[in-house]
Design a protein around this ligand. Structure first.
Ligand SMILES: [Fe+2]
Length: 468
């Protein structure tokens, strides 16, 4: 592949060409893997299988899952592509057929005639991987999720027993309520501006749909839950399918419209609470909760839309910071304050605190100037009790991915868990880092070195008890 035209396919953003397995004898463990860990750390990400004709970071690229399985001190690494119908069609023809979300291509008639995937919009399955209700799903916000087996082989598209209709796009950022076990998710459609909250029970059975009307389809990536509400940011960021088909820049940012915050009652009753503020964009919430008539939201703030059709413009390097927003449910007043001056993204929490008051957020963080293709060289811990940000620095050239909090099964305390992420450090190679959540000063308690590259990716989760 000639990837020279694409800044976000350079260095550790470049795809790997092989699917591999590394067991006990092949993985070098530095430190000690906690023996309480039984399950898997899995991370999704973009990994082009064929030469791309256009590439928008972080939206394009075939999904690949990298997994580290744990069983009482033993570890096993595996990576596999998600076998989507788009990827399978390209494998059949031995070349790239589909365009980019920033520049779509018409599907050749010969491909359609041969029974290839006719949808010009690639379901990348590259954004997130989640385990809920016994279902392991690779997710992408523009279509159905893909059901996977525990060994990462692909079963196929998953429609939640007929709940999802043709054209529905399920978010890649649902939240699991730690009390009810419910999955709080949503669907949007390419042909409608409306938003539908979708709630599934702990066994992944559909409970209810809550419609929310919008005058125009916005780019809504994440959602947050609190005890009684689902909260979304409706930023003035839009995508036009028509423009993408014509090759024009399909991404729009209309700052004068401001950003709307919508709080939707989780039980489906009562009116939505709507808050207005000046324009900002956000990919990710960290957490949110209700306290004394207010909704508190911690999230990563970005001043405007952080991607574009053109390559190498650097818009994705614009400042992004952890913010705390407070919404007064009575007066509708919004306060929005920067919590930390550290550059960060991919914010996470101890999932047992999801929607509840909590102490620690974790995020991929940076304390160096970025090169052409940026990375996050630190794992950051954001202490909402003390106000302190603590960084574990893997080195100036390192890339550290989304940090996932893995609870210690023997303790309720956030501090007693571990924070895991894949790291690539030139000279050191690829490893899975395990840091004690309560002790960021001493760095990883274990590094599991992988004798191959793990490219930078997107979202990860801990799959408690999952074995292959
Ligand atoms: Fe995301």
């Amino acid at each position: 592949m000639d990837l020279s035209a694409f800044p976000y396919l350079q260095g550790n953003y470049a795809p790997v060409e092989e699917e591999r397995d590394f067991g006990e004898g092949e993985l070098r463990v530095e430190g000690r893997v906690p023996e309480q860990l039984v399950g898997a750390y899995m991370r999704d990400g973009a990994n082009c299988a064929f030469q791309p004709n256009h590439y928008v970071y972080p939206l394009d690229g075939d999904g690949m899952i990298h997994s580290m399985y744990f069983d009482q001190g033993k570890v096993h690494y595996r990576n596999r592509w998600v076998e989507t119908s788009h990827l399978k069609t390209e494998r059949r023809f031995g070349r790239t057929i589909y365009g980019s979300v920033g520049k779509l291509l018409e599907v050749p008639q010969e491909v359609i005639d041969a029974g290839g995937e006719p949808n010009p919009v690639r379901n990348t399955a590259n954004t997130n991987v989640l385990y809920h209700g016994g279902k392991l799903l690779a997710m992408w916000e523009g279509g159905f999720p893909h059901l996977l087996n525990n060994d990462l082989s692909t079963v196929g598209l998953y429609d939640y027993d007929g709940t999802l209709q043709a054209g529905d796009a399920l978010t890649a950022h649902p939240k699991i309520c730690p009390d009810s076990g419910q999955l709080i998710s949503c669907t949007q459609r390419w042909d409608s501006p409306d938003y539908h909250v979708q709630i599934f029970d702990r066994n992944a059975r559909h409970v209810r749909t809550i419609p929310v009307e919008f005058e125009r389809k916005g780019i809504i990536h994440d959602l947050q839950i609190t005890e009684n509400y689902i909260i979304i940011f409706y930023a003035p960021a839009f995508h036009s399918l028509e423009k993408a088909m014509k090759g024009e820049d399909p991404f729009m940012w209309e700052a004068e419209k401001g950003t709307r915050i919508v709080a939707i009652p989780r039980d489906g009753s009562g009116d939505n609470l709507v808050f207005e503020t000046e324009a900002f964009f956000s990919w990710h919430f960290c957490n949110g909760f209700e306290s004394g008539g207010k909704i508190v939201l911690d999230y990563v703030w970005i001043n405007s839309i952080p991607f574009t059709q053109a390559q190498g413009t650097g818009v994705e390097k614009q400042p992004r910071r952890m913010y705390r927003m407070t919404l007064d449910m009575k007066t509708r007043q919004v306060t929005n304050e920067q919590f930390s001056d550290v550059f960060c993204e991919f914010s996470r929490v101890d999932e047992r605190r999801m929607g509840k008051d909590y102490r620690y957020g974790f995020a991929a963080s940076s304390n160096v100037e970025w090169g052409d293709a940026h990375g996050y060289n630190c794992t950051g811990r954001y202490d909402f009790h003390s106000g302190e940000t603590r960084l574990w620095d893997y080195g100036p050239e390192a890339n550290a991915g989304e940090p996932v909090h893995v609870p210690n099964p023997d303790s309720e305390r956030e501090e007693d868990g571990w924070v895991m992420c894949f790291v690539h450090n030139p000279g050191e190679g690829a490893f899975l880092s395990i840091v004690s959540a309560g002790d960021f000063d001493d760095g990883p308690v274990a590094k599991i070195h992988i004798p191959g590259r793990v490219p930078n990716g997107f979202h990860a989760n801990w799959m408690q008890g999952l074995k292959f």
